[in-house]
Design a protein. Structure first.
Length: 358
């Protein structure tokens, strides 16, 4: 990979060159697009997917000093730790500049190469279907923290429908996108135990095949064996619920009439999946079909998840649980600079025993 060298034939770093890498580092670590609004999310996806919302560096004087370089190096090193990225030149850190040390081409190239690799290099991810993601939106597993929010529970048998809704509240829309930009995700794990009826046992198998559903900047995914995902990346969220996932179904299933098939992710790069078979609409399941549907919407600083359970009308017994979790980045501090991902508060606005359940 070519260096982003200083002026050819010299060892002098210009203010313009310093400003270039200054902006690139802050584009990832901080945010060049503050006060973003959700109504322009789709139009500004290329820019809104940058930024973790942490403290921006500054230049201390007109003359670039070791302090200015180290402000960038510390932030770059935190980014390397957060993403777990190994530089093409080797290692996971860039050496700080000593006070009084002459700034040379090597100092510039170390920062320029590092931040450009984080912006342009990608890696394969996915606990379920596999896709690729740029490192500036990646969270290394060594830095990830999985925390439980709450569990919705129902012990009474049911027959036709259960609806559960979770609302995640961020301080503002910027914090919503910072959360997803940093590679964090929301996880939903349904389980069923203790079923004895025929419908209950069938339902138990349907739920078990889902595994864990999770939603991240690239959209929905799941760890199970049976189900259909729908194209719904973060930049496509609206203030209306959109379908993200439908489980496998029971014996009452009559089939989709317009679903063209899902062939798996085969390499997300930027803004398109290259082998995600399109969903052309379905005209309905049979009215009596056991299945799970998961929907997602974004309303300003609020992210909603709705989980719908549909039964056949036959008694489904056993205990129903839905575990909600966050996979977030751990705090990283280096020389007084801190990377922190703000977690949302949560509200279960519709549980498994509401008036709309039956």
């Amino acid at each position: 990979m070519a260096h982003y060298d200083v002026t050819a034939g010299t060892d002098t770093v210009s203010q313009t060159q310093f400003t270039t890498i200054y902006n690139q580092v802050n584009k990832v670590f901080s945010d060049l697009y503050p006060s973003a609004v959700s109504t322009s999310l789709g139009l500004n996806c290329a820019t809104y997917t940058f930024g973790w919302g942490n403290r921006k560096s500054k230049q201390f004087s007109q003359k670039v000093t070791h302090k200015d370089w180290n402000q960038l190096i510390v932030r770059l090193n935190i980014a390397l730790t957060h993403t777990g990225y190994t530089l093409l030149s080797g290692g996971n850190t860039v050496t700080l500049v000593a006070r009084g040390e002459t700034i040379a081409a090597a100092h510039y190239n170390a920062i320029a190469d590092g931040i450009n690799e984080i912006i342009t290099q990608s890696t394969a991810v996915g606990a379920g279907k596999t896709y690729t993601r740029y490192y500036h939106n990646y969270l290394d597993s060594a830095q990830a923290e999985l925390s439980a929010l709450t569990t919705a529970t129902r012990t009474d048998s049911w027959q036709t429908q259960i609806i559960t809704e979770l609302r995640l509240s961020f301080s503002d829309f910027d914090d919503v996108r910072y959360y997803f930009n940093a590679g964090c995700d929301v996880r939903i794990t349904p389980t069923t135990t203790g079923a004895t009826t025929a419908a209950g046992l069938e339902w138990q198998a349907i739920v078990a095949s889902i595994g864990t559903f999770y939603y991240n900047i690239d959209g929905p995914n799941y760890t199970g064996t049976t189900g259909n995902l729908y194209w719904l990346p973060f930049c496509d969220l609206t203030d209306e619920y959109q379908l993200a996932f439908v489980s496998g179904v029971g014996t009452g299933y009559s089939g989709y009439s317009g679903y063209s098939g899902y062939s798996g992710y085969s390499g997300y790069q930027g803004s398109s999946y290259s082998a995600y078979s399109s969903y052309s609409g379905y005209s309905g399941y049979a009215s009596l079909t056991q299945r799970v549907k998961i929907w997602v919407k974004l309303v300003n600083n609020l992210v909603y998840f709705k989980i719908e359970y549909y039964g056949t009308g036959d008694p489904i017994d056993g205990t129903q649980n839905i575990l909600f979790q966050l996979r977030s980045g751990a705090d990283i501090a280096n020389r007084g600079i801190k990377h922190h991902t703000t977690k949302p508060s949560w509200t279960l606005i519709n549980d498994m025993e509401s008036s709309d359940d039956s």
